[in-house]
Design a binder for this molecule. Structure first.
Ligand SMILES: Nc1nc2c(ncn2[C@@H]2O[C@H](COP(=O)(O)OP(=O)(O)O)[C@@H](O)[C@H]2O)c(=O)[nH]1
Ligand SMILES: [Mg+2]
Length: 446
């Protein structure tokens, strides 16, 4: 990248950081947590390697690094954690928090995945040329059956989502052995990687293993079939059919095509710096769109709770005055007209007071119960409320992104109203704040 592009990228990153800073408190008050706490100005682009185990992720990384292999390779699953490779004159390895401290600040939120994640989280500092341009991230191989995912002792898909968010290019690798049939791969494509197709590249690796064209066509077809089910997009993404030459391998078909595809991917990796600006902008747009969505829905819910509370208050007051009034007229009419002695008067007024207190207490308990049921009902039907609130925007075909953002924030909205948590401290002028965040989204779009 030339100097002007680097300066423009740094200016953009500073500008975005100002937005992140300005609305940090508002986000906390509405229970929203930024995907990226802040942008590390001038940080290198990241390339994430994903795919089922033994698809050749580590082999491709070693090929890019050149020289002695850095990552372990083999047909058995070798890694259960993420490994980040960064540049440094002095080579070293670090694990856990000390590994995290070697990375830019924007990675800080990875601590949220807990000690089981961190114990397997490695950073390798290596003095290799390519690492001066990009950061490479090797990920644990996706395993075969969905049941096996329970053996992961940390939120694997959450970590995949966070790593992919931080990356500027995501390579998803398949091999002829498992062309898109791995349980975790399908879950990753349908969940944590949704909305990231712009930086996702699909690789059908190990093409040197195909015996003939029919063999290749079968694997390619199977991959397309599985991708079509896993990825909610109309057009299939481009599939790079490639291989990393191995000692003794003798490709029978597509020798040059496989190497060409590998070179294309290598170029994309080397030039991923040009994507970083697009990526940080896209991430900021997503963050502020989600924040504005969360704020609007929380304000809408709060308004409807307030309406319900007002109705209950009004109803309780009517009940209170009706019952107390009826008690007053009945008791005074029945006992005080005929026998207005001091003691009887006392008893009558005490009884009216007791009836008034009981009515107020009963109305309070009833209102509390109704309000709880109303709240639970509203939270159970959040999707309908969202469809109603955003009806105008959703009829426009181009607003598919809204539904994706909604999937990301609705858990947070539910949590925000969880009675076991401390209630939200919505700021005064909340509507003005919402308009400000919406203006940020508009600005990022322009
Ligand atoms: N024939 C062939 N073998 C490969 C290729 N890429 C990787 N391998 C082999 O596949 C095995 C698993 O590779 P590895 O990089 O450990 O896979 P990972 O689990 O995805 O990291 C190793 O024995 C590699 O030598 C390739 O393009 N062609
Ligand atoms: Mg590996």
């Amino acid at each position: 990248m030339n100097k002007t592009t680097v300066d423009a990228a740094a200016t953009l990153e500073q500008e975005l950081n100002k937005f992140y800073e300005k609305y940090r408190k508002t986000a906390v008050r509405f229970g929203y947590s930024y995907q990226r706490e802040s942008i590390s100005i001038g940080a290198l682009p990241c390339v994430l390697f994903m795919g089922n185990h033994s698809s050749g992720k580590s082999t491709l990384i070693n090929h890019l690094l050149g020289g002695a292999p850095v990552q372990d390779t083999g047909v058995a699953p070798t890694d259960d954690g993420f490994t980040i490779l960064i540049y440094g004159e002095e080579e070293s390895d670090a694990v856990g928090l000390s590994a995290l401290s070697l990375l830019p600040r924007e990675n800080g939120k990875l601590t949220a995945f807990g000690p089981n994640f961190l114990n397997k989280f490695k950073v390798k500092v290596r003095n290799r040329e390519i690492l001066k341009r990009v950061v490479l991230i090797d990920s644990p191989g996706m395993i075969d059956s969905l049941e096996e995912t329970t053996s992961r002792d940390y939120d694997f898909f959450g970590a995949v989502h966070r790593m992919a968010e931080l990356s500027d290019l995501v390579l998803f690798m398949f091999d002829p052995d498992k062309p898109g049939t791995t349980g975790e791969a399908i879950v990753a494509l349908t969940g944590p990687l949704v909305g990231m197709s712009f930086k996702l590249r699909i690789l059908l690796n190990k093409c040197d293993l195909f015996q003939n064209v029919a063999d290749y066509a079968r694997a390619y077809g199977a991959l397309c079939w599985n991708l079509a089910h896993a990825m909610p997009i109309k057009d299939l993404p481009k599939i790079y059919s490639c291989y990393v030459p191995q000692p003794g391998c003798a490709p029978r078909i597509g020798t040059d095509a496989g190497i060409d595809a590998l070179h294309q991917i290598e170029d994309e990796i080397r030039n991923s710096g040009e994507r970083r600006s697009d990526n940080v902008l896209a991430a900021a747009h997503k963050d502020f769109s989600c924040l504005s969505l969360q704020m609007r829905m929380i304000l809408r819910l709060r308004e409807s709770f307030k309406g319900c509370r007002m109705n209950l208050l009004f109803g309780s007051l009517i009940l209170f005055f009706a019952v107390t009034g009826a008690a007053y007229f009945t008791l005074t009419g029945r006992f005080l007209r005929e026998n207005p002695t001091g003691l009887v008067t006392w008893i009558v007024y005490l009884s009216i007071g007791a009836i008034a207190l009981l009515t107020a207490w009963g109305a309070f308990l009833f209102s509390r119960k109704v309000l709880r049921v109303y709240r639970e009902n509203a939270l159970a039907h959040l999707d309908e409320l969202f469809e109603k609130e955003y009806a105008d925007e959703l009829v426009q075909e181009t607003r598919d992104d809204l539904r994706q953002y909604w999937e990301l924030v609705k858990g947070g909205i539910r949590n925000a109203f969880d009675p076991s948590r401390s209630p939200l401290r919505i700021p005064f002028f909340a509507t003005q704040k919402l308009q400000d965040v919406q203006a940020v989204v508009k600005r990022l779009e322009s």
